[in-house]
Design a binder for this molecule. Structure first.
Ligand code: ZN
Length: 422
């Protein structure tokens, strides 16, 4: 299957200015990229007249939770049976693909095997969805983020509570045995968790150390939920590979992140913070005001930190924490707007975070995230100019197609899903 995308405005993901050109796709890869003035040998290829539309690499969701199925509270995930839950995650995978995200690096699944099953089904072509790196549940301490239990009720949420190095080691090895690519550790607390606030590093050195050792020894990665400054430092000290949030990172933590910038990835996942703040506007209840104040502090810290991290050249990925009622699956491209509006990114820098840096976090930086010969043909053809207004990426109706590995998908008559063309 050969396809010539002719007369497109090519933005290649490196940050270089777009130019009129053509791209030849052969099978699942890009065979040639050339300016419009040059000829490309494309005998027998199907030709698409792009009519000057914007052609760019497919986006990468850097912190996905496909099994967080737009619920209002974490324990609603625990109430779902594995069968229904997996089907809902399959639905979320299709929505993410339709939103222009052709890859996703998971930052936790609500049950140990959901991401694994979805990843393999997508890889085998059984279901449509982005390339996926699978994670296990959020490993958390008792009382930490994702511990949904009450003393009188054995509730489950998206976290799996583990306490002490022995229990941690056993649980990490279990998740690895079941096939996850990434172990997720909730080192800090969060805004909605009274017993583990955002600025507290509740997971101990001993717990983190065994988790990282057991994961790295078989070549897999550890990601951390780390809002507190000390949680960022603890993650770095133990060699955690992906450090999300980093909101309260102080100067020392920023220096350490910068020193490790060729090794680590970060991602703010600020969408949920902003969405929850919007939802609490006008809520004058005591609890509503308490949570709003926490969110405001978090937002202020996040803006300060992510502007500083951008200037220091630390790798930051787009996306994160879509999959709650306030911040639903498929609206992930809002993150680009957040990066531009709140973190000082230019539209080009935000798009590079979503494409080139995204390819790197997928461990495919040598073949994913750029429009370049030999790279995987993950491409978006967009009717609009995201460099002028990055919000056009939020409008799925503007995608002439979403292509993953040479397979084209088009929007399905206004539905949140895509239709496979061939
Ligand atoms: Zn998350």
């Amino acid at each position: 299957m050969r396809l010539l995308i002719d007369d497109a405005r090519i933005w290649d993901g490196t940050g270089a200015a777009p130019y009129p050109g053509k791209v030849l796709v052969d099978g699942e890869r890009i065979a040639a990229v050339a300016p419009q003035s040059e000829t490309v040998a494309a005998d027998g290829a199907e030709r698409i007249d792009a009519k000057g539309k914007f052609l760019m690499p497919g986006m990468v969701e850097g912190h996905s939770h496909l099994s967080f199925v737009d619920v209002a509270r974490g324990t609603a995930l625990g109430e779902l049976a594995p069968e229904e839950h997996t089907l809902l995650a399959m639905d979320a995978a299709r929505k993410l693909l339709a939103a222009g995200f052709t890859s996703a690096c998971s930052a936790a699944a609500a049950k140990i095997r959901i991401d694994v099953a979805i990843r393999d089904a997508i890889g085998d072509g059984l279901i449509d969805g982005p390339r996926l790196l699978a994670a296990g549940p959020e490993l958390t301490v008792t009382g930490g983020l994702g511990d949904g239990r009450k003393l009188h009720l054995p509730l489950e949420s998206f976290g799996l509570p583990v306490d002490g190095p022995d229990e941690m080691l056993r649980t990490v090895r279990l998740c690895l045995r079941e096939g996850v690519d990434t172990i997720k550790l909730n080192i800090s607390g969060d805004f909605g968790t009274d017993s583990a606030p955002s600025d507290a590093a509740v997971m101990t050195d001993g717990e983190i150390a065994v988790a990282v050792e057991a994961t790295h020894v078989i070549g897999r990665r550890v990601a951390a939920h780390a809002r507190a400054s000390e949680s960022v430092k603890r993650a770095l000290r133990h060699g955690v590979d992906i450090i999300y949030h980093c909101d309260f990172a102080d100067e020392e933590a920023l220096d350490l992140l910068e020193a490790a910038k060729d090794r680590v990835f970060t991602g703010p996942a600020v969408g949920i913070v902003l969405a929850r703040m919007e939802g609490l506007h006008g809520d004058n209840s005591r609890q509503g005001r308490i949570v709003y104040d926490r969110l405001q502090r978090l937002y202020d810290a996040s803006c300060r930190t992510h502007n500083a991290m951008r200037k220091r050249g630390i790798r930051i990925v787009v996306g994160g924490d879509y999959g709650f009622a306030a911040n639903p699956q498929g609206t992930n491209a809002r993150d680009l707007e957040h990066f531009v509006r709140h973190f000082g990114f230019s539209p080009s820098e935000a798009l590079q975070a979503a494409t080139r840096t995204g390819g790197e976090i997928m461990k495919l930086g040598h073949e994913l995230g750029l429009v370049r010969p030999g790279y995987l043909a993950d491409l978006l053809l967009v009717d609009g100019d995201p460099l002028a207004d990055v919000r056009v990426m939020q409008d799925k109706g503007r995608f002439a197609f979403v292509m993953k590995g040479g397979v084209r998908y088009t929007p399905w008559q206004g539905a949140p899903h895509v239709r496979r063309l061939h």
